[in-house]
Write a protein that binds this ligand. Structure first.
Ligand code: BEZ
Ligand code: FE
Length: 289
């Protein structure tokens, strides 16, 4: 096409797609390019602005490696990761939420009632619930991959002072579907803001904070895997999560339990917690595959 102009360029692009282009690719690519073209026309994009955008993408590529995923972070702070989550969410199950970049595979087994708090002095937090199907039936043998920040707000992979699997555990539930473990309350923390995504946050007058949360990946044969998080209802950042991960059904009350009331059996810490502690109950509903 030699008569390309700013009004027909989107159609010309579509016409360049080969006849054998996968139909879904045609749909996704066509829509993406249409929105990109509309965006440039709508804001009258200048060369200078286009260059800033290209340089931004180059910097995101340069800073990314096996452990740092700046494009995922970009998607997170733009709300795209959460939007994809919500588009694919099934209402009969627990809401999904962002995976984030700090999940590591190979977490050590954590028995039901096991402890992730270890030597940390912070108040004990008891977390328990049931993994179930949408009819409320427990899912025997479901696994929960659990991870969270240490009290200093860092995940083990960010913190040379923590063991690789500090505050990480893999729990397999029994026939009753019940999971339970002790830990410390996670704390709010900032997403990495020393790269180009941090520059965007600052330029837009945004902060990098996430409300405190526990991460879970729940899996069971015959069910859709669920990647989710649990938040505390009193967290100051609950209504301004910089990655848009909070959903109503993921916000839980952390109940203050009095000294001397910790369960006397069933936990690694039974008999060792004389003081007041916190407890949160959170059931996970998985949807059949
Ligand atoms: C996280 O929850 O670990 C996380 C999610 C998105 C970006 C950064 C961190
Ligand atoms: Fe997190």
């Amino acid at each position: 096409m030699r008569n390309v102009n700013k009004d027909n360029i989107t159609e010309v692009f579509m016409g360049y797609l080969g006849a054998n282009t996968d139909p879904r690719l045609r749909e996704v690519m066509g829509s993406l390019v249409r929105h990109l073209h509309d965006f440039a026309r709508e804001v009258n994009l200048t060369h200078e602005e286009w260059n800033i955008g290209i340089r931004f993408l180059e910097r995101a590529g340069e800073i990314s490696d096996e452990e740092r995923h700046e494009f995922v972070l970009l998607s997170d702070v733009l709300g795209l990761s959460s939007l994809v989550d919500m588009i694919n969410n099934r209402p009969e199950g627990t809401s999904s939420s962002v995976l984030g970049p700090f999940h590591i595979s190979g977490s050590p087994p954590l028995a039901v009632g096991g402890d992730m708090r270890r030597d940390y002095a912070e108040t004990v937090l008891l977390v328990e619930g049931v993994v179930k199907d949408p009819d409320g039936k427990p899912i025997s043998g479901a696994t929960l991959d659990i991870w969270q920040t240490a009290p200093n707000g860092m995940y083990s992979s960010q913190d040379p002072d923590q063991d690789t699997y500090s505050f990480h555990g893999l729990q397999t539930v029994g026939e009753d579907g019940r999971y339970a473990f002790t830990t410390v309350k996670p704390v709010e923390y900032t997403v990495p803001s020393d790269g180009p995504v941090g520059d965007i946050l600052r330029a837009c007058g945004r902060h990098p904070w996430r409300p405190s949360h526990l991460h879970f990946i729940a899996e069971a044969a015959g069910f859709r895997p669920l990647v989710t998080e649990v938040f505390a209802e009193d967290d100051p950042y609950l209504d301004q999560d910089t990655v848009f991960g909070v959903r109503k059904d993921l916000v839980m009350h952390y109940e203050e339990r009095p000294a001397g009331s910790f369960p006397s059996t069933g936990f690694a810490l039974s008999g060792k917690v004389p003081d007041a502690y916190l407890r949160v109950e959170f059931d996970l509903t998985l949807v059949p595959a």
